[in-house]
Ligand binder design. Sequence first.
Ligand code: ADP
Ligand code: MG
Length: 233
Amino acid sequence: MFQEPVIRIQNLSHYYGKGALHKQILFDIDLNIYPGEIVIMTGPSGSGKTTLISLIGALRSAQYGSLNVLGQELVGASQSTLVKVRRKAGYIFQAHNLLSFLTAQQNVQMAIELQANPRHIERQAQNMLKAVGLENRLHYYPDNLSGGQKQRVAIARALVNMPKLVLADEPTAALDKQSGRDVMEIMQKLAKEQSSTILLVTHDNRILDIADRIVQIEDGYLVANDPRRQSAA
Ligand code: ADP
Ligand code: MG
């Protein structure tokens, strides 16, 4: 069965800085990610993982090569194309980035309100928080939630609009082992139900088994498409 990749990256290179500070960070990256896949990206600190995932999420402008996300080419894309892709993806970051002056439910509702035709906002937010096991914390402010609970609100917020693509940058980094696994399993289950594609950056080798595939970045190069398969060989 042939399926178009959700993410198709060819020869992607990226530079930061100008003049003497001009420095290449990503080198000729090639990577395809297909519908429904859960792909984990690992690699040492400073190797370019956040840069790559932020390019894929249209959070910064892609410069050289080709980067196609959800059918849109992002190299040379207009601001409105970048915004379109941003709206279609769900994001989860290491720092949960919840708004501290909104309750759990209001944080999730806000993501729905940003959509073009928001409907049943309160009920959708409540159902999603229930799906992540927080039905008893709807009206709590982030300060009164544990790290794992905040990260589950962030997952609810990222998934409530049923995005075809979920991008997560070290979502379990601040969590203990059990909360980290819980958060991953919730994300995996919801993504399967919604047939979303997940690209997740992590150093956390306690959660690698959740991936369908692992890719590794070193010094800006994609060095292996699946280190597990390599080490098994
Ligand atoms: P990782 O997420 O794998 O730790 P990053 O993508 O954050 O790696 O960073 C890759 C490299 O790019 C690092 O050397 C970092 O210092 C540099 N870098 C990241 N962001 C910027 C920026 N906005 N301007 C200049 N250099 C940056
Ligand atoms: Mg990073």
